[in-house]
Design a protein around this ligand. Structure first.
Ligand SMILES: Cc1cc2nc3c(=O)[nH]c(=O)nc-3n(C[C@H](O)[C@H](O)[C@H](O)COP(=O)(O)OP(=O)(O)OC[C@H]3O[C@@H](n4cnc5c(N)ncnc54)[C@H](O)[C@@H]3O)c2cc1C
Length: 403
C-alpha cells in the first residue's frame, strides 16, 4: 500500500517509522522547507509512552537528548525567586525539546520514507480504489490511504471534514516560544513571571545551557491574524507584553531576530470520527488536547503506534475503526485534564497569582501532595496497548526530494 502522510513534526514521522517496518510505502509531505526546529520541551510520561518509544527504537536517542531540567521558579518583577514550581506535576519521565524530537524522528525515517518538503496537499479526490491527490506545487499522485498529521490547523481535516471552526474550541490563551541567548546564565532551570491580565513570561535554559527559550502565555479574545505572517505574530506578542518589566524587554528585543517563533492559540479539536473513507487523522489534527494537557506528543506517538499496528494486522478499513476504539477514551481523558488548567496556570489577577504561589509553597506539606501527580500519570497510562507483531525493517532507501 502507498500511504501519504501530511505533516512532518511528531505524529507523521512516528507513523512513518512503524508503517515502513510493516512494509507499507510512505510519502510525507511537509509545508515547511525542511524539518522544523522550534518549540519548547515536550514530555513523555508513564508506561504506555515509554513502551511505544522503545518499540519505535527511539527511546535511547530521546534519553540522550533529554533536557535534564531541574526545578523551575516563579519570580517577581525584580527577578526575585518566590516559589519553586512542583516538578512532579510539570515534568514527565523523559523531557526533550520538540525540535530535537522532530529531528530524531526525521533521521530515523528519512531512509525508508520519501519526504517532500515545501509543499501541501491542495485537493483529495477519492474513488473505490484510492485517492487522487493534487499538491500546491508537485504533480498529482495516487495513494491508497491519506493521513492528516498536519496539526491543529490541519489541511487534510479541512479538505475531508470541513472548516476548522466546526471542530476547534479555543481555551482563551495564546502561547509563543522562541530561542534566545541564555541571558541569565540559567543552569538547567527556568524562571517565570506572572503578570496581571492573565499573562506569563518565562525563560528556560536549553541545550546544555548553550541557549534559552523564551516562553509567553497570554489570555485574549480570539485574535484574527495570518498564521503564515510571522511579522504580524511578533507584533501581537510584543504589544501584549509592552508594559512588562524584568527581563521581558530583552526577550522582546530577541524576538525581532528569532527565526523559530512558534505562536499559536491554545485550542482543542473534537470530531465525532477521525476517518472518512480512505482519509484518516492523527495527532493534533484529530484530537489536539492542547499543551495544557502535557500529553500532546505522547498521544501522537501512541496514536501512531496503534494506527500502524492496526493497519498491519486488521488492514483497511477495519483498522480505522479499531484505532478509534483504542484511542478515543485515552484522548478524552487527556482533553478533560487540560480543561480548567488555563485559569490556574496563568492567573488573571495579582491576588490569584499570590494564591497560586501560596498553593505551590504549601503543596509539599499537604496530605494530597502526590494526588495531582498521580492523577496526571494515571491519565497518561489509561490505554491498553495491543501487542502488534514485530516487523523486519525494509531495505528500500529513496532519497529526500524538495518540490
Ligand atoms: C514548530 C512547532 C513548535 C511547537 N512547540 C510546542 C511547544 O513548545 N510545546 C508544546 O506543548 N507543543 C508544541 N508544538 C505542538 C506539538 O508538537 C504537538 O502538540 C504534538 O507533538 C503533536 O504533534 P503533531 O505532529 O500531531 O502536530 P504538530 O507538531 O503541530 O505538527 C504538524 C506538522 O504539520 C505541518 N503542516 C501544517 N500544515 C501543513 C500542510 N498543509 N501540509 C503539510 N504540512 C503541514 C506543520 O508544519 C508541522 O510540521 C509545536 C509544534 C510545532 C509545529
Amino acid at each position: 500500500m502507498d500511504i501519504l502522510i501530511s505533516g512532518a513534526s511528531v505524529a507523521g514521522p512516528a507513523l512513518a517509522l512503524m508503517l515502513t517496518r510493516y512494509g507499507f510505502r510512505v510519502t510525507i509531505v511537509e509545508r515547511a522547507p525542511g524539518p522544523r526546529d522550534g518549540g519548547y520541551a515536550v514530555d513523555f510520561r508513564g508506561r504506555a509512552h515509554l513502551r511505544v518509544l522503545r518499540e519505535m527504537g527511539v527511546l535511547a536517542a530521546i534519553e540522550r537528548e533529554q533536557t535534564n531540567m531541574g526545578a523551575m521558579w516563579s519570580v517577581n518583577e525584580s527577578g526575585k525567586k518566590l516559589v519553586k514550581m512542583p516538578d512532579d506535576i510539570f515534568a514527565g519521565d523523559v523531557e526533550i525539546l520538540r525540535g530535537d524530537l522532530a529531528r530524531i524522528l526525521y533521521e530515523a525515517t528519512r531512509g525508508e520514507s520519501e519526504y517532500v518538503f515545501g509543499d501541501s496537499i491542495a485537493s483529495l479526490d477519492e474513488d473505490a480504489h484510492g485517492v487522487a491527490v493534487t499538491f500546491e506545487r508537485g504533480p498529482t499522485r495516487r495513494f491508497d490511504l491519506v493521513v492528516g498529521a498536519d496539526g491543529l490547523h490541519s489541511t487534510v481535516r479541512r479538505l475531508a471534514f470541513g472548516p476548522e471552526e466546526r471542530y476547534a474550541s479555543y481555551l482563551g490563551l495564546y502561547n509563543a516560544v522562541f530561542t534566545t541567548p541564555n541571558h541569565l546564565n540559567l543552569d538547567h532551570t527556568g524562571l517565570s513571571l506572572n503578570l496581571p491580565g492573565g499573562r506569563m513570561a518565562a525563560t528556560y535554559s536549553a541545550r546544555g545551557n548553550r541557549e534559552a527559550k523564551a516562553v509567553f502565555w497570554f489570555g485574549s479574545e480570539p485574535l484574527a491574524y495570518d498564521r503564515h505572517d510571522v511579522g504580524q505574530q511578533r507584533r501581537i506578542l510584543a504589544d501584549a507584553f509592552s508594559d512588562a518589566g524584568w527581563i521581558v524587554p530583552r526577550l522582546l528585543a530577541d524576538l525581532r531576530e528569532a527565526d523559530d517563533l512558534y505562536f499559536d492559540s491554545i485550542s482543542q479539536i473534537r470530531l465525532d470520527r477521525w476517518s472518512r473513507g480512505r482519509v484518516v487523522l492523527l495527532g493534533d489534527a484529530a484530537w489536539c488536547a492542547s499543551p495544557l494537557s502535557g500529553m500532546g506528543t505522547g498521544l501522537a506517538a501512541v496514536g501512531a503506534y496503534v494506527l500502524a499496528g492496526e493497519l498491519a494486522t486488521a488492514g483497511f478499513p477495519e483498522a480505522f475503526a479499531r484505532y478509534e476504539q483504542i484511542m478515543r477514551p485515552y484522548v478524552a481523558g487527556a482533553q478533560k485534564s487540560a480543561e480548567g488548567v488555563a485559569g490556574f496556570m496563568v492567573p488573571k489577577t495579582r491576588l490569584m497569582t499570590r494564591l497560586m504561589n501560596l498553593s505551590y509553597r504549601l503543596l509539599p506539606y499537604l496530605p494530597w501532595k502526590g494526588a495531582m501527580a498521580r492523577s496526571i500519570r494515571k491519565t497518561a497510562e489509561a490505554v491498553s496497548l495491543p501487542d502488534y507483531p514485530a516487523a523486519p525493517v525494509p531495505r528500500r532507501r529513496p532519497s529526500d526530494r524538495a518540490s
